[in-house]
Ligand binder design. Structure first.
Ligand code: NAD
Length: 352
């Protein structure tokens, strides 16, 4: 197959982890006879330095023409001064909006060899394999904001159509997994949540009767996520609840550096990125964990290019490399030697 991929390394450790992602992508394409056209483009703080804006026109145009976008991470102290009016994060919000990616997928799997890497007890983590589906372009983050001298207001709005499409996206994913969907809301307090619950119930009853639906209040979900995380299969929720709960869930795996994400809209084009930020504290030292990026590449192969075999091969290679001790300092076992970003990339390539 032939596909176009826009590659946005970004800032901090972004370029370090993306370099490994690109190497694996090229290796897989060569091995399986695919023609992938990869174009690297400035984005985030790097683009502010270069062009005065975090999302230059050429970068946006290339992303809109691509079959998929692979992103490292953006941001850092250099662009975070309180008085700064141009910020890397503006580029990310604008890019998500332009691509129309409303569903953010974050799979969280606990690798058996890394049960000790989390702050939670190993017996709680055994068998954890869940998928968060977060609504990404609606809700309180995008509502009207007002500031008065002694008050402030953020408006939270959801339309029926916005809820329907995200619930359907989650249900389709649940269908290919263990057929359990938990819909998270705060319907005892919020009107938007009461609408959310009513729409989710209707969509699931009429279109996906074979999937078990459970409703859960967000506070209760926060508790159950660390009490019995292996019970969950697919979870769907609105933008802000998802923002908070997915960070909580990421800690089940032991390191931010391990987890991938995919942001999808209608059609197959998507935006793929590890869930971590630019990690300025370790940038430039060659010790960032590239696994979150490599697993994001696997999601790209699966969801945007339809290459399930290649995606699964990459996931198996990452897992096998970790199993055999290819680990950066964030997940190295006590007393074991940690290796570099590049060496982990090489170990995964060798497995491929
Ligand atoms: P962060 O995710 O960059 O780092 C948090 C901690 O996790 C740090 O100690 C870091 O060293 C560690 N870490 C992160 N990724 C790692 C990896 N791959 N391997 C090993 N360790 C890793 O979050 P932060 O420090 O809160 O934010 C730093 C900057 O990143 C900020 O400017 C923030 O705005 C930005 N940010 C960007 C994104 C994004 O690009 N989507 C997401 C979150 C934060």
């Amino acid at each position: 197959m032939k596909a176009r991929i826009a590659v946005l390394p970004g800032d901090g450790i972004g370029p370090e982890v993306i370099a490994e992602g690109v190497r694996c992508l090229r290796a897989l394409a060569e091995r399986h006879g695919h023609e992938l056209i990869l174009t690297e483009l400035p984005f985030g703080g790097a683009a502010i330095d270069l062009a005065g804006t975090p999302l230059p026109e050429d970068t946006l145009a290339a992303c809109l023409q691509a079959d998929a976008v692979l992103l490292g991470a953006i941001g850092g102290p250099k662009w975070s001064a309180p008085e700064a009016t141009v910020r890397p994060e503006q580029g990310l919000l604008a890019l998500r909006r332009a691509l129309g990616v409303y569903a953010n997928l974050r799979p969280v799997k606990v690798h058996p060899a890394l049960l000790g890497a989390s702050t939670l007890k190993p017996q709680v983590l055994e068998g954890v394999d869940l998928l968060f589906v977060r609504e990404l372009t609606g809700g309180i983050y995008f509502g009207e904001k007002r500031r008065e001298p002694d008050s402030a207001t953020d408006v939270c709005t959801y339309t029926v159509a916005e809820i329907e499409r995200i619930v359907r996206a989650a249900a389709r994913l649940a269908q290919k997994r263990r057929r359990k969907l938990v819909s998270i809301d705060k319907s005892n307090v919020l009107e938007t949540s009461r609408l959310w619950r009513a729409v989710a119930t209707r969509i699931m009853r009429t279109e996906f009767p074979q999937i078990a639906l459970e409703h859960m209040l967000v506070d209760s979900a926060a508790m159950h996520l660390i009490r019995r995380p292996s019970d969950f299969d697919v979870l769907v929720t609105e933008n802000m609840f998802g923002d908070i709960l997915t960070d909580e869930a990421s800690m089940l795996a032991g390191s931010l550096g391990l987890l991938p994400s995919a942001s999808l809209g209608e059609g197959t084009r998507g935006l793929y990125e590890p869930i971590h930020g630019s990690a300025p504290d370790i940038a430039g030292r060659g010790i960032a964990n590239p696994c979150g990026t490599l697993l994001s590449v696997a999601l790209l192969l699966r969801h945007s290019l339809g290459l399930e075999r290649e995606a699964a091969a990459l996931e198996r290679a990452v897992s096998a490399a970790i199993e055999q001790g290819a680990r950066t300092p964030d997940i190295a076992a006590k007393g074991a030697r940690a290796i570099s970003t590049r060496e982990v990339g090489e170990a995964v390539l060798a497995k491929l």
